[in-house]
Design a protein around this ligand. Structure first.
Ligand code: NAP
Length: 328
C-alpha cells in the first residue's frame, strides 16, 4: 500500500508529485499510457510560464516537471486508471493492466478532455483531416487549406501554428468578439494567412476518405456556405475529466470536482483534487501547478493525522536523494 497515489501527469499531477516526494511520501503517479504529460505535450511555445523569459516548448516543460518529480523519489507509471474505490480509509485504484494499487490518500489531477462539435462525421473523419492537435498533425497539411473552430486562446494558437504549414487557415467563430487574450488575437489578426469567419458554426464535415470541405452556417445572415478545406482543427475548449470519480465524490454545478474553499479537499476524506479538473475559470498551467502543490500539502497534513501503525503499513517512504535542496 502507498501513502499517496496521484492520478494524472499534467502540471497539477507532477507538481503534487514533486511536493509529495520531497515530503518523503514516495508517491506513485499514474501518468496514463498514451497522454503522459497532459495537454502541454500538444503545445509548442509556452510564453507565460514563469521562469522562462524566452518561452519554453510544452513537451520540454513537462519533461522537466517529470524529471524533477523522479529526482525526489516519485514513481511514474505509464498506465491508465480504469476504476477507483475512494470511500473508506484505504483507496483502491485499478490500472489498465488489471493490477489494483492501494493508498491512504489519492490526488485526482485528471485534467480535462477536448470538446467535440457533435457532428455526424466528426468521429469517422478523425485522423483523416479532423484533429484536436495542431502540433501533432499540422505537418500533414503542408500547402493545404485548413479551418480552425473556436474563439479562445487555443483556437488562436492552433491557427497561428498551422500557418507554418498551410497556405490558408480559416478561423470559424460562432460570435463576433473573440474570447482569446488580446495578444493571441492580435497575433492571429496580423497573420496574412488567417481569415476570420464570424458568427458562424460548422454544421457538416464533408468527405468520404478524408475531409474535403465543411458546411458553415452564418447565424447573422442565415446563410449556409461550403468551404473547401482538407483539415478541420477543433479548438472549442475542454470539459473536466471526472468520469472516474463521478458518483463517488461531489461535483460542482459546472461539472468540476468540488473542493473545499481554497483547499484541494473533496467530499471524501483522504481524496484531494487539483488542476483543470477542479477549475472552471483560470485553467492555466501555472494555476494547475499551484493547486497541485496545495493538494500535496493537504495530503501530507491528512496523512500526518493517521496513526503511526497505519503509515507503517505503507511502502516507502524513499529518502529524497537531494536533501540539500530541501529549503521549505
Ligand atoms: P475556451 O477559452 O473555453 O474557448 C473555447 C472557444 O470555443 C470559445 O470561443 C467558445 O465560444 C468556442 N466554443 C465552445 N463550444 C463551441 C461549440 N460547440 N461550437 C463552436 N464554438 C464553440 O477554451 P480554450 O481556448 O481551449 O482555452 C482554455 C483555457 O486555456 C483558457 O483559460 C485559455 O486562456 C487557456 N489557454 C492558454 C493558452 C496560452 O496562454 N498560451 C493557450 C491555450 C489555452 P464562445 O466564445 O462563444 O463561448
Amino acid at each position: 500500500m502507498r501513502q499517496v497515489i496521484i492520478i494524472g501527469s499534467g502540471p497539477a499531477g507532477y507538481t503534487a508529485a514533486i511536493y509529495a516526494a520531497r515530503a518523503g511520501l514516495a508517491p506513485l503517479v499514474i501518468a496514463s499510457s498514451v497522454e503522459a504529460g497532459g495537454e502541454l505535450m500538444n503545445t509548442t511555445d509556452v510564453e507565460n510560464y514563469p521562469g522562462f523569459p524566452e518561452g519554453v516548448q510544452g513537451p520540454d516543460l513537462m519533461m522537466s516537471f517529470e524529471a524533477q518529480a523522479e529526482r525526489f523519489g516519485a514513481e511514474i507509471l505509464l498506465d491508465d486508471v480504469t476504476s477507483v474505490e475512494l470511500e473508506g480509509p484505504v483507496k483502491k485504484v485499478t490500472l489498465g493492466s488489471g493490477e489494483v494499487v492501494e493508498a491512504l490518500a489519492v490526488i485526482v489531477a485528471t485534467g480535462s478532455a477536448y470538446r467535440k462539435l457533435g457532428l455526424a462525421d466528426e468521429e469517422r473523419l478523425t485522423g483523416r483531416g479532423v484533429s484536436w492537435c495542431a502540433t501533432c498533425d499540422g505537418f500533414f497539411f503542408k500547402e493545404k487549406t485548413i479551418a480552425v473552430v473556436g474563439g479562445g486562446d487555443s483556437a488562436m494558437e492552433e491557427a497561428t501554428f498551422l500557418t507554418r504549414f498551410a497556405d490558408k487557415v480559416y478561423v470559424i467563430y460562432r460570435g463576433d468578439t473573440l474570447r482569446a487574450s488580446l495578444t493571441m488575437q492580435q497575433r492571429a489578426f496580423d497573420n496574412e494567412k488567417i481569415e476570420f469567419i464570424w458568427n458562424s458554426q460548422v454544421t457538416a464535415i464533408n468527405g468520404e476518405e478524408s475531409v474535403t470541405g465543411i458546411t458553415v452556417h452564418n447565424s447573422a445572415t442565415g446563410e449556409d456556405s461550403t468551404l473547401e478545406v482538407q483539415g478541420l482543427f477543433i479548438a472549442i475548449g475542454s470539459d473536466p475529466r471526472t468520469a472516474l470519480v463521478s458518483g463517488q465524490i461531489d461535483l460542482s454545478d459546472d461539472g468540476t470536482i468540488a473542493v473545499e474553499g481554497r483547499t484541494s479537499k473533496t467530499s471524501l476524506t483522504g481524496v484531494f483534487a487539483a488542476g483543470d479538473v477542479t477549475d472552471p475559470t483560470y485553467r492555466q498551467a501555472v494555476t494547475a501547478a499551484g493547486t497541485g502543490c496545495v493538494a500535496a500539502l493537504d495530503a501530507e497534513h491528512y496523512l500526518a493525522t493517521l496513526p503511526a501503525e497505519t503509515i507503517a503499513q505503507t511502502q516507502g517512504p524513499a529518502a529524497p536523494e537531494e536533501k540539500e535542496l530541501v529549503t521549505s
